[in-house]
Design a protein around this ligand. Sequence first.
Ligand code: IMP
Ligand code: MG
Length: 185
Amino acid sequence: MDDYRKFLKEVLIPADVLQKRIAELGAEISRDFQGQELLLICILRGGVMFMTDLMRFIDVPVAIDFMAISSYGTGQRESTGQVRITLDLTTNIDGRNILIVEDIVDSGRTLQSVLNLLTTRKPRSLQVCTLLDKADRREVEVPIRYCGFTIPNKFVFGYGLDLDEFYRNLPFIGVVDLDKYPLAK
Ligand code: IMP
Ligand code: MG
């Protein structure tokens, strides 16, 4: 894998700006759930960095679990709405306050399927916290309770988001220069 600097067009959200906003989200979540418990559900793998940072800023009792989804018949840039659970929760969510932690909402299809599935398991409450929202790309309406940043329709990477599974470790969100990084599709 190449050094990311070869195809980094611009840093869209620097690390310090991310951290500041995540602290605000954590404070808001803590206020909203005061006196209650919360189960954070991280959607793997993109949500990992965000969840581990976010949970440090939440001061109500928090438990965590993980779920992995894959969409059918797509390259890495689009999802169809046909999703399959590749890793399910180990926690029973019946009667619990659930906050889904996502890296990015694009068409909304992935999130819609996750919400539909989890609703059948009778949580007490079910809400969504996404770091990034590509609002212009939405195809299905999904309720987003907490959003870090609304971003333009550009392909981004870093801070959990990958390019061919790499670069998730970068502490900032960058925009890919598509001329220099031909995405598999
Ligand atoms: P949706 O089902 O179309 O909302 O797609 C959401 C998923 O698409 C995210 O969880 C990401 O895995 C992926 N995705 C969408 N846009 C980007 C991007 O700009 N960079 C990396 N992954 C993305
Ligand atoms: Mg993803």
